[in-house]
Design a protein around this ligand. Structure first.
Ligand SMILES: [Zn+2]
Length: 229
C-alpha cells in the first residue's frame, strides 16, 4: 500500500531527519478489557468520542474496541479518522488519506484499514479477543499520532524511508508498540502478540515478519516494567 502510494504520489522529495517526541503522561495501570462490560456502552462512546470518526464496519465489538483504545489517546479526540474493511496483507494498517498533500496537517484525514479476509494474509481481526483488539487499534493510533505531528514534507520523507529501509520499518513499528504501551495499552498489546506468536493459522512469513519488526512479548513486558514504575 505504502509502496503504491510512494510511487504515485511522491513529489519534490528532499531528505532531512528529525525525531519527534512528545511528553506523554504514562498511565500503565489499565484493566484487562472484557467485551461484556462494554456491551451497552456504544451510544455513550459514539456521543462522547465519535467526533470526526467514521467506522464503516458493522461490528459492535470492533467499534467498541476502537473507542476504548481512543480513550487512551486524548490527543486524537478531534482528529478525522475512518475505519474500513479491506483485503490487506496485515491485520490492520493506518495511513493518511491520499489527498493529504492538499491539506495542512491540522486538516488531515486518516484511515485505518482492517483486514477483511480470513485467508492467508494478516490475522483476521475477528479472531482477536476484545482486549487484544483494543491493543491492536492502540498500535495503529500510535502511527496516526506520529503522522499527525509531521508536516506534509516530513511525512513524504518518512514514507520514502519506511518503504525503502527495513531498519526504518523496524524502528517505526517498535516505536508504535512503545507509544501504545506508554498510553497504557501494554497488557492489551501483550495479549494480542502472544496470541499471534502461537497462532498456527497465520502464515509463517507473516509471523516471521512480526517477530523481526515488532516488539516481542518479552520486550513488551520489559517496556511495561520500565515505563510503569
Ligand atoms: Zn504498525
Amino acid at each position: 500500500m505504502w509502496r503504491y502510494f510512494f510511487i504515485t504520489q511522491l513529489v519534490n522529495l528532499s531528505l532531512f531527519g528529525q525525531d519527534f517526541h512528545q511528553d506523554i503522561k504514562i498511565d500503565c495501570d489499565t484493566n484487562f478489557y472484557l467485551l461484556e462490560a462494554y456491551q451497552d456502552s456504544l451510544p455513550f462512546y459514539e456521543k462522547e468520542f465519535g467526533h470526526n470518526k467514521k467506522i464503516s464496519i458493522r461490528d459492535k465489538k470492533l467499534k467498541l474496541a476502537f473507542y476504548v483504545a481512543l480513550r487512551h489517546y486524548p490527543e486524537l479526540k478531534n482528529v478525522h479518522m475512518k475505519v474500513n474493511l479491506k483485503k490487506i496483507s496485515a491485520t490492520m494498517m493506518a495511513q493518511p488519506t491520499y489527498s493529504f498533500l492538499f491539506h495542512r496537517k491540522e486538516k488531515r484525514h486518516y484511515q485505518i484499514f482492517v483486514n477483511s479476509t480470513q485467508a492467508n494474509n494478516g490475522m483476521y481481526y475477528k479472531d482477536l479477543t476484545f482486549n487484544s483488539q483494543v491493543g491492536w487499534i492502540g498500535h495503529e493510533f500510535a502511527h496516526i499520532l506520529d503522522y499527525s505531528q509531521k508536516s506534509n514534507k516530513e511525512l513524504l520523507v518518512f514514507i520514502s524511508k519506511y518503504v525503502s529501509s527495513k531498519k526504518e520499518l523496524k524502528k517505526t513499528e517498535c516505536e508504535a508498540d512503545r507509544v501504545a504501551i506508554r498510553h497504557g495499552l501494554g497488557k492489551q498489546l501483550l495479549e494480542g502478540t502472544n496470541y499471534f506468536y502461537n497462532n498456527k493459522r497465520i502464515t509463517k512469513a507473516y509471523r516471521e515478519k512480526k517477530k523481526i519488526y515488532y516488539l516481542s512479548p518479552d520486550q513488551i513486558v520489559t517496556e511495561m516494567a520500565e515505563n510503569c514504575k
